[in-house]
Design a binder for this molecule. Structure first.
Ligand code: G3P
Length: 214
């Protein structure tokens, strides 16, 4: 399972790229709004940092307007991936962009049937929001597993499952168990993956014992 960062924080991306584990970035309108910067500038700066796919979401809700925005976004850099909401209009736009060879990340996915449609429409990625499913009292891991089953049953589907709306390390583990291809997560959650109190305690004791013997 690959790791993408779900952020527009340039400094955080720069720092975590040093792990060699970050293979892409996802953004969304909320993250862009929080940056207080124009979307094109944010996406341009991230694409200059990251060689892997960088998802940028359209704001339009009608297909033709989505396509106009998508073409503008795609011109920013060769690694831009267009994020489209899993609506009927988004599905039509996904089909059109796939025909044009422009990669799509089908986002705001909350059902296996939406994921199936995205796969058949040629999306490169589908973003099931497992955290928001959990927030509703449903089972995020089971949701991802059902998408995995649907995709594995259709050899024509090459869409990658990009687990999103990841709130904590447990979600990352559940995404891995479910067979997600990619997980996108905040820098905070990514850093939490490596942290364990027994590791810290063990290292402290090793160093204490070592230095006491010098
Ligand atoms: O960016 C897509 C997704 O990761 C958003 O997650 O935390 O807003 O549910 P969240």
């Amino acid at each position: 399972m690959k790791f993408f960062l779900d952020t527009v924080d340039i400094d955080a991306i720069t720092a975590l790229l040093e792990t060699g584990l970050i293979e892409g970035v996802t953004t969304n309108p909320t993250l862009i709004a929080q940056s207080r910067r124009p979307q094109h500038e944010v996406v341009r700066d991230i694409c200059a940092l990251v060689s892997g796919p960088v998802s940028a979401e359209v704001i339009a809700t009608e297909c033709e307007e989505m396509l106009k925005e998508a073409h503008d976004l795609a011109h920013i850099a060769s690694n831009v991936v267009i994020k489209l909401p899993m609506t009927f209009e988004g599905l039509k736009a996904c089909h059109r962009l796939h025909q044009e060879g422009i990669p799509v990340n089908a986002t705001l996915c909350f059902s296996p049937l939406q994921a199936l449609l995205a796969g058949r429409a040629g999306a490169m990625y589908v973003s099931p929001f497992m955290g928001r499913i959990d927030d509703c009292g449903q089972d995020g891991q089971a949701f991802l597993e059902s998408i995995r089953d649907v995709y594995d049953n259709d050899p024509t589907i090459e869409t990658q499952i990009l687990a999103a709306s990841v709130r904590n390390p447990k979600h990352v583990l559940e995404a891995a168990y479910a067979g997600a291809d990619i997980v996108t997560l905040s820098p905070t959650v990514f850093r939490a993956l490596c942290t364990h109190p027994l590791t810290d305690k063990g290292l402290e004791q090793f160093l204490k014992d070592w230095h006491s013997a010098q």
